[in-house]
Ligand binder design. Sequence first.
Ligand code: ZN
Length: 506
Amino acid sequence: MPSNDIRDVYRQLVLKLEERSRLGGVMGVMHWDQEVIMPKGAADARAKQMAALAGVLHEKSINPRVGNLIDKLTASGTDEFTDAEWCNIREAKREFDLETKIPKELVQEIAELGSRGHQVWAKAREENRFEDFAPILERFISLKTKWAEHAFPDLEPYDANLDIFERGMTMERLSPIFDYLKIELVPLVRSINNSDRKPDDSFLEGDFPIDKQEALGNSISRDMGFNFDKGRMDVSVHPFCGGGHPTDVRITTRYRTNNFIESLFAVIHETGHGLYEQGRMEDSLDLPVSEPLTMAVHESQSLFWERMIAQGKSFSIRYIDKFREVFPGFLKVASADKLFKAINVCRPSFIRVEADELTYPIHIILRYEIEKAMFDGTLMVKDIPEVWNSKMEKYLGIKPSTDTLGVLQDVHWSGGAFGYFPSYTLGAMYACQFYNKMITDLKDVPGRIEQGDFACIRKWLNEKIHQQGRLYSPDQLAKKVTGKALEPGVFINYLKTKYNAIYGLN
Ligand code: ZN
């Protein structure tokens, strides 16, 4: 095909992709509105509006004309296109294939089970009745297995589910990584539990007016570089980062008056996500090439700021005076070192979202092992609570007294999101590996943090990760940034060094 013609085909595809991205942005704003300011009475109407819009988006994405454009472009094999343009074509093809390969009835059944599943799960969790939720879970595994056969016929069903969140990740790759983490972390958590040295974190409780927390969160988010001309911060039941566009990034937090750390760290976490969105490549904001790479890489950006920066000692040194100023009376006796230790207390608990840095991966590994076994048929749904509880006891030394505190705690399975959980820990590992490289690229990172000089850190992340969009696979990106593909040993070394020091082990 002559060069002008193939360029024209590409331009037509770009128009379709931009339209899709814009409609997706409308959905993002509607979702934010629903979670943040929508009156309760509008819930039903809003659900229908969003379903209607989802239908429009689906119709557009299975349009055979789009398939035609993609076919022409992939068949051309031309060297006309830049890497970024090829990336847009590749991403369009992945999306189109996924949307068109699944029979319509299956898509509908999954959507319906998702909305019913959520209600059944919420009630079952409240009433501690796993048996009410079990049939939904059984049906979902069967539907998601069928879905996998259509979506990725070459992959094992669970691998196909993983691929949606972390493309390229398979059980073959992930199981040895998680086994290694488990072998290292379970004994470490046990030694911490048995250690006599327990950092005091009782002084973190107090009375913290919400308006002051809000002002503090705002100013730290600003210090990190969040652009409030292209974003907002509000309140929702569960903190999230959403919005309609990289120029309209909405982050949220929630407040408790007896503790400000939880809310502040939610702000820092969501700001990390927000910086990724705001930092996308300027000339392709409405195209797939600029989109965040995967769930795990997104999480690496929030955890980079939350764990690697804000849970480090330099951050406590930087902000302790500010905290004292905002909350007079608070931390009168505490030093930056005590504050650092208090926000890094390791304490096994039942609930994943409340877990600390060290026990969090264990919560994830437990879920991964259970999901894997559900899909390969070695674990029956009715036996999940028992397996869950015995793993909790074996790995963390605690056994939940109810399923509400155990298998029923997470929302993910009620919507059929299997294969999602590993992203959290993969993200933590990437964050650690990126940080390790950053401190060799930039001089005196701890000193810079103590000075509040976050611009160089943000710039480093922006160049190395945000601006790379979807040009590379996660492993290629890790290699490009750090010289190595994902290396779990870096994460384990970091955790051991940090927590051995805090708890005086070895
Ligand atoms: Zn996150």
